[in-house]
Design a binder for this molecule. Structure first.
Ligand SMILES: [Zn+2]
Ligand SMILES: [Zn+2]
Ligand SMILES: [Zn+2]
Length: 175
């Protein structure tokens, strides 16, 4: 792996794979580069999390790939969720597929589930759970616990009805 200019930039071009084109396209053609590590709006690489969400933290290194793109791909699940299309070299297509692309975020966290999670979060943050006379804190906590259980049962029901489910993301070529 060769160092690119700048201490933080690491080249992850899969140049050792025979089907990856690392030289320019030539003859004045605009060469589309692999965007395996392209970031969107300062967020993480778009292939992570299937291009649905960015990553909060990328660590200290910026990875780049300088290979020529071999096609446009995007993550999708069998429920029809789709990530952002991106240009990828064959090497990164193979790498992403090999890593097993993970679970579709909108399928594990559909709006109904997120709403319930937020509701739980709001209950957990109630100030009366933490400050006040001890017996009132006690009462507030008992009330919160019973409300949290109700919401938990609603989440369980979403799982039982298949609204919350684990869908495999697959990297497919965009036609
Ligand atoms: Zn690449
Ligand atoms: Zn999905
Ligand atoms: Zn699904």
């Amino acid at each position: 792996m060769s160092q690119r200019p700048g201490p933080d930039v690491l080249d992850n071009t899969p140049w050792w794979l025979p089907e990856v084109t690392t030289s320019g396209g030539g003859d004045g053609l605009v060469v589309v580069r692999c965007s395996a590590y392209e970031t969107a709006n300062g967020q993480g690489p778009r292939h992570l999390e299937g291009g649905f969400y960015g990553l909060e933290s990328l660590g200290p290194h910026v990875w780049i790939c300088t290979a020529r793109s071999d096609g446009r791909f995007r993550m999708s699940c069998r429920c029809g969720h789709r990530g952002q299309p991106q240009d990828l070299c064959n090497g990164h297509v193979a790498m992403i597929r090999k890593r097993a692309s993970g679970v579709c975020p909108p399928c594990v966290h559909p709006p109904a589930e997120r709403e319930l999670q937020e509701k739980m979060e709001r209950i957990r943050k109630r100030p009366e759970l933490y400050t006040g006379p001890p017996d009132e804190i006690d009462r507030a906590r008992r009330k919160a616990v019973s409300e949290l259980w109700d919401i938990q049962h609603a989440v369980d029901e979403l799982v039982a009805r298949g609204i919350v489910h684990r869908c495999q993301l697959e990297l497919r070529e965009v036609s």
